[in-house]
Design a binder for this molecule. Sequence first.
Ligand code: SAM
Length: 345
Amino acid sequence: MAASSLSELSALAPHPLLTDSHGRVIHDLRVSITDRCNYKCVYCRTGEAGAQYPELRADEYLRLIALFVSLGITKVRLTGGEPLLRRGVVELVRELAQMRTLAGEPLDLALTTNGHLLESLAEPLKAAGLNRVTVSMDAVDATVFERITRIEGSFAKVLAGIRAARSAGLTPLKINCVLLRGFNDDQIEGFAHFAREENVVVRFIEFMPLEEGRLWTPQIVVTLKEIVDRIGRTFPLVEIPPRDPSETARRYGFADGLGEIGIIAPVSQAFCGACSRVRLTSDGKIRTCLFSQVEHDLYGRMRAGAGDAELRSYIVRTVLEKEARHHIGEPEFLKPSRSMVHIGG
Ligand code: SAM
């Protein structure tokens, strides 16, 4: 959209345009740019399923993202699948870095990756305009890690990726670890050491029922309380107040001031009331919640020839219907048709 029409739009609507019927302002878009992944993490993949959904061309993602930005999105996170498998990811970031929010600011541009290909891509991504990366890493012990990813040599690759991202200035560098009882919960204390030694923010994520197979039970979830109690026994922790209400992680600093951990607790302490996110899948469907039972075919409308105004109004109507909350652990809970890797985490 031309700069003049963008400013006209913001003059018409001084308040953010993307709000849902529960009064939440949506300013965060997660875009999956492929549902292919080079890892087969045991808690995520069955090991048999590959990519299941098509990918759009880069210019198609850019047009759809620009529409969201014209409606008030300020933060875009690229994800997948594994986004670094996508050819042209650096050029895509470069184009996104040219976009401006309604306030005329650059986008807050982030990417979530397993880190396997990050060592050589960290510098080019930073130079292209990426602000931050989050690297997923589910163990600090190489053997445990490779048992989870089912890829030999993966631990060394990811560690090199993390260090390259830190040197490139893709900071603050966050490491996301999904904890499953009996799989990797023996890594909790090791991660506390890792956070301090590597100068990264480790964020533990409660396991959600979004796997390809059927693994999830309430008992397998390692809860926020348990994590805080266990780390606190080795390193006393002090809770840090949230910077903004839509922050997903509860933050804790080590009492001696050396570093920080975070805990994302969608299961034991759901944060749906402060959710500011929508997702675009690799095949161009809007998902208003990870646990949506319906998808909204934005790309289908674009391919059928819809103009920007029509697509914008479709986005506004879709976001308005965003679900109030998820129902994990409740009797009426239904698993969504796509698993995490095919939605975009
Ligand atoms: N391949 C990239 C990566 O590994 O970060 C991006 C996609 S991956 C699906 C995004 C994040 O979702 C990862 O941190 C992964 O551990 C997490 N994840 C996958 N399945 C999950 C589940 N069932 N519950 C919670 N987090 C999950």
